[in-house]
Write a protein that binds this ligand. Structure first.
Ligand code: IYR
Length: 222
């Protein structure tokens, strides 16, 4: 017996094919302009833009609609400072000891190193957590399905939403990043997934020369 409660799909919109083509092309052109930025301005950004972006992320398709994500938005300079200290400590070890040569060579074209000033200069750090399981008010655990896939999709929507609004982002993954649980006081069922840095690019910000694979390389049509 099904307990599903179904209602008519009313919000879906179909477009004439020509309009569909135009919309698809315009969206691609908009996304093609997105670059990961590492030089951030400290110019303030209205919190509402971040809130609306997170609302958009929260619409992501996800396993059994458990919505296994939590977003912690950090603008407090003291907390940003603690995150920077902890992240740079991990990064120092990564770049000087932990990272295999092959990994360092793969990163060389990006020009990254252990210094992460953007963790203090950017107006917002959005720590994205994956809830590996849920918790009922009485403490019982609720199983989550495809939690990492779900949070990955939500993170992609958040990046897209902030880009669309006119902000730059950086997907930062200090590894390991368990320190985020302590600093941000998150429970054990939440694991740090990604630290998304958001704000305006600094004046004169530069980005590495990279190439995106063309369609033929990334897709197969059968
Ligand atoms: N977490 C390190 C290293 C790093 C790893 C990957 I994979 C990148 O695409 C970029 C950086 C850092 O943030 O520097």
């Amino acid at each position: 017996m099904t307990t599903a409660k179904l209602v008519p799909l009313t919000d879906y919109r179909e477009y004439p094919v020509e309009e569909m083509r135009r919309r698809a092309g315009e969206f691609y052109a908009e996304m093609k302009r997105r670059r990961t930025v590492r030089d951030f301005s400290d110019r303030p950004v209205p919190r509402e833009i971040i809130e609306t972006g997170i609302r958009a992320a929260g619409t992501a398709p996800n396993g059994a609609n458990m919505q296994p994500w939590h977003f912690v938005v950090v603008s407090d300079p003291a907390i940003k400072h603690r995150i920077r200290e902890a992240a740079e400590a991990e990064e120092r070890e990564f770049y000087s000891e932990r990272a295999p040569q092959e990994w360092l060579e793969a990163l060389a074209p990006l020009g990254t190193d252990e210094h992460k000033p953007f963790l203090e200069s950017a107006p917002y750090l959005i720590a994205i957590f994956v809830e590996t399981y849920g918790l009922l008010p009485d403490g019982r655990k609720v199983k989550h399905y495809y939690a990492h896939e779900s949070v990955g999709i939500a993170a992609g929507i958040l990046i897209t939403a902030l880009h669309h609004a006119g902000l730059a982002t950086l997907t930062h993954t200090p590894s390991p990043m368990n320190f985020l649980n302590q600093i941000l006081d998150r429970p054990a069922n939440e694991k740090p997934f990604l630290l998304l840095v958001a704000g305006y690019p600094a004046d004169g910000a530069r980005v590495p020369v990279i190439r995106k694979k063309p369609l033929e390389e990334i897709a197969t049509f059968l």
